[in-house]
Design a protein around this ligand. Structure first.
Ligand code: ZN
Length: 550
């Protein structure tokens, strides 16, 4: 009788785990780890601060304790727990002089008002140019797989391009760029990268609230402060010297002074036939100094070596950093604890590591990658992707976790944006076994796919996804789930109040992790290489390395 009763008792104690088999994941451990990582002692986990030292020590010790091997930088033939991530920190120093000449008039521009200029990240210590011509280049898109080229061979050397935000079919709602949903061509990071490839002196993006999905205040705040980038061999290959945004009204007026109609040109830019247009009698001059300094932060890396195909890798990633110590809130709290964002993800990596280390050894290797400086622009993941410890060509998939729910179990899950690929199909199928339905990103126009740590991998062709918790709670439904989500966004997200709570059950996260574990285990014990859909902008980059996956 006893042997019959015991499993029954177990089932009734863990009511949410009955749907499918998975490793036993202890919600109490998740809670403890989130509590520790988000405690004031960790000072909000700012990169290159005392909070980093503590986080790296804690995480290395946890990875070791659960049975992972160090998977970081090689030193004297041995792997360390960390990968050093040099970051360039750039700041405009002293006065900024910006002068526009248009329609026979001269105007001094004010930083943060009609224009927001980013501190140069191309390595310039001084940005200084005079009477540089301005060229409207549509959406600034060159997409060979879509037979689209806004530049049409026009030489942008020594010129500043002005482009629109989002991609050419955002406003029309249908076309070659996914309609309202944003492709990578719509993201501002792409536009600067493309401008650098075109050899432009600079790029100005016209801010419009709907296609950007945020207002001018966000543009102003995030572009006029300190800029961070990974240290690159050739920073000028990724950044033009002059990068910034201009307000829409200012752009309309500027076009008018050059005898052009902004709205008419925008309509043209939504067609393949569009050709760049020089703004007649309009030039820009600039002069300001840029202070550049290199700081070193770290990714933390644990690894389980595959038994049969150790050179093939599945990556679980999540960012360990948060905002550190900053402006106090109304209560005087200055520590941005980042309990949900992203201590939940880091606790997830630890417990996934424990589950894999305890379970049957995987045939392919599994890397647990806790990246730094996500909050500064996905820099730890960008650095790893640009300097991979394990080759990207033989990296099977990346499953990223960021800001997961500490609440109870749900009936659904989501992903940060969605791009068509087999890895997503596999995730959706697997989740069904736990009765979790897939909820697509409700705001695909916001480009969430490009704003999480899986993206630097995706950009280089590696199948990659960021998992997101669902909002349809088994206990309380969508109403309760949405309410909690809205309260988090309003009162806690990126605020000192993102703090651990003793009442959090973490039982939903247990299920989410069982799903993610199943997807990774399935890939780790197969010879499959999931790929992107044929018309995906990431497919070509993956196919280019196909020969290395034989
Ligand atoms: Zn985050």
């Amino acid at each position: 009788m006893k042997s019959y009763l015991a499993p029954l008792l177990l089932v009734s104690l863990v009511p949410c785990a009955q749907a499918a088999d998975g490793p036993a994941i202890d919600p109490k451990l998740l809670s403890e780890e989130v509590k520790t990582l988000s405690s004031d002692a960790f000072e909000g986990r700012g990169p290159a601060t005392a909070g980093e030292t503590k986080t790296v020590e804690y995480l290395s010790a946890q990875f070791k304790a659960v049975g992972l091997a160090p998977g970081g930088d090689l030193k004297n033939g041995k792997r360390e727990w960390t990968q050093a991530v040099p970051l360039a920190r750039s700041e405009i120093q002293g006065p900024i002089k910006l002068e526009l000449k248009a329609g026979g008039m001269e105007q001094l521009l004010k930083q943060g008002e009609e224009i927001a200029v980013r501190a140069a990240q191309d390595g310039s210590a001084q940005v200084s140019f005079e009477d540089v011509p301005l060229v409207f280049a549509g959406y600034g898109v060159k997409a060979p797989e879509r037979n689209w080229d806004d530049f049409k061979g026009v030489d942008l050397k020594g010129k500043i391009a002005i482009v629109l935000i989002n991609d050419p079919d955002f406003e029309t709602g249908k076309g070659d760029f996914g309609g309202k949903a944003m492709t990578y061509y719509g993201r501002w990071t792409y536009k600067y990268e493309e401008a650098a490839r075109q050899g432009a002196k600079g790029l100005l993006i016209v801010h419009e609230t709907a296609p950007a999905s945020y207002g001018w205040a966000t543009v102003k705040n995030s572009n006029t402060n300190t800029m961070f980038d990974i240290v690159r061999d050739k920073p000028a290959a990724a950044h033009p010297a002059f990068e910034g945004w201009i307000q829409r009204d200012f752009a309309v007026d500027l076009f008018k002074k050059s005898g052009l109609d902004f709205d008419a040109l925008k309509k043209q830019a939504q067609t393949r036939e569009f050709k760049p247009v020089v703004l007649k009698d309009a030039t820009l001059s600039a002069n300001y100094a840029v202070n550049r300094e290199v700081i070193t932060s770290h990714n933390v890396v644990g690894r389980l070596e595959g038994t049969k195909r150790p050179d093939e890798t599945i990556v679980y990633s999540g960012h360990w950093d948060h905002l550190g110590v900053g402006a106090p809130d109304a209560k005087g709290d200055k520590i941005y604890n980042g309990a949900v964002d992203n201590a939940t993800g880091i606790a997830s990596l630890i417990e996934l590591g424990r589950a894999f280390a305890k379970g049957p050894k995987p045939e392919r290797s599994i890397v647990f990658l806790a990246v730094t400086a996500e909050e500064k622009g996905l820099l730890g993941s960008e650095y790893y992707s640009a300097n991979p410890l394990y080759p990207l060509a033989s990296t099977v998939a990346v499953l990223n976790v960021d800001a997961l729910s500490p609440y109870g179990p749900t009936r659904n899950f989501t992903t940060s944006g969605s791009a068509k690929q087999e890895l997503l199909d596999q995730l959706v199928e697997t989740a069904k076994k736990w009765n979790l339905a897939y909820e697509t990103d409700p705001k695909p126009e916001a480009g969430h796919f490009f704003r999480s740590d899986h993206f630097p991998f995706a950009k280089r062709g590696v199948p990659a996804i960021s998992y997101g918790s669902g909002d349809d709670w088994i206990d309380g439904g969508v109403e309760a789930g949405k309410k909690a989500e809205d309260a988090y966004t309003a009162d806690r997200y990126h605020q000192p109040a993102d703090e651990w709570e003793a009442s959090w059950p973490f039982t939903g996260l247990v299920r989410d992790l069982q799903v993610l574990h199943a997807v990774g285990a399935d890939l780790a014990n197969s010879t499959r290489w999931p790929n992107w859909d044929a018309n995906s902008e990431f497919r070509a980059a993956r196919d280019a390395t196909a020969a290395q996956r034989k």
